[in-house]
Design a protein around this ligand. Structure first.
Ligand code: G4P
Length: 282
């Protein structure tokens, strides 16, 4: 799915988000574990000032296991409650409930002192397109979603999914925009496949991926494609095209096709599990 964020579009989304944030106690932000920096919205921190923050590093199954731990520790050092999850198969999803309760402990205490007992925590899922928000909501809410689905027509105002006696979830996720100003961020979002390929040059992405992989995960492309690696991304892409017999009609190498294979293998974890960035300041 392709989202274009125009200034007007973004202002509207921001206003909506600010309204929704008034209703909730905890923001659950999803990022892609392969690009935990680039897939994190730049404005959500300022907007959710004072709310508890839970950060889910989703698609952890596709990312580098060691880097997963480093990123988790990094965001924890910034005060987030962090969980590594795979929303697709449900790994880690069950522990999110406990983490939400932990993140909201202060609020629960405050309520208790005021004599308010068992008021559910209200939560909202946010994240940029494609990080897995809908998949996560389905995995997390499970049967609760099916229940609300049985009541057609009750759509006035906000819809909440009652997950259990502790937590209520706003049923629509907040779709946020990525960082725009940074070209490198756009490239990484494209590499993991979260920007529509039609607007991008596949061979260019393939070239960038070859360069990144040989520098950061030497040996991985050699093992997958049986090619000798080299620093020159273009040359490496040609070698992969040759090995894969990606040829145009006249016998010339079909670089676009080879880059397409490479990206598809990379995005689906068929080359291995990789993370494109290392922890750095937000
Ligand atoms: P969004 O609401 O944030 O836009 O994202 P959505 O849930 O639609 O998920 C985007 C894609 O990411 C989906 O793939 C989904 O299956 C996949 N996905 C979500 N979480 C995980 C995860 O933890 N691990 C992996 N490996 N994939 C995940 P799709 O190709 O669009 O659909 P499908 O082929 O899975 O049906």
């Amino acid at each position: 799915m392709q989202y274009q964020w125009y200034p007007g579009h973004m202002t509207k989304a921001k206003r909506q988000m600010q309204e929704d944030l008034k209703l909730i106690d905890v923001v659950i932000e999803l990022v892609d574990a392969r690009i935990p920096y680039s897939s994190k919205n730049p404005d959500i921190n300022a907007m959710s000032n004072g709310k508890s923050r839970v950060l889910l590093l989703n698609k952890a199954d596709l990312a580098d296991k060691q880097k997963n731990d480093e990123w988790k520790a990094y965001y924890e050092s910034l005060g987030y409650y962090v969980v590594l999850i795979n929303a697709k198969n449900g790994n880690g999803v069950r522990s999110v409930n406990d983490v939400i309760t932990k993140a909201c402990q202060e609020k629960i205490e405050r309520d208790r002192k005021r004599g308010i007992l068992n008021r559910p925590i209200r939560a909202m899922i946010v994240g940029i397109p494609n990080v897995g928000k809908s998949t996560f909501i389905n995995a997390f809410a499970g049967k609760a979603i099916a229940k609300t689905g049985n009541k057609p027509g009750v759509t006035k105002g906000k819809q909440w999914i009652r997950l259990n006696k502790n937590v209520e979830l706003l049923d629509t996720p907040g779709i946020l925009w990525p960082k725009f100003e940074d070209q490198a961020v756009g490239l990484r979002i494209a590499l993991i496949g979260s920007i529509n390929d039609e607007i991008l040059v596949t061979s260019e992405l393939g070239y960038e991926l070859c360069k990144f992989m040989t520098a950061n995960y030497p040996g991985a492309l050699a093992a997958k494609y049986g090619v000798e690696e080299c620093e020159d991304g273009n040359e490496l892409l040609c070698r992969i095209a040759r090995k894969r017999a990606c040829l145009l009609k006249g016998g010339e190498l079909d670089i676009e096709k080879a880059a397409g294979f490479l990206l598809d293998d990379f995005r689906n974890g068929r080359i291995g599990n990789f993370t494109l960035e290392i922890p750095k300041n937000e």
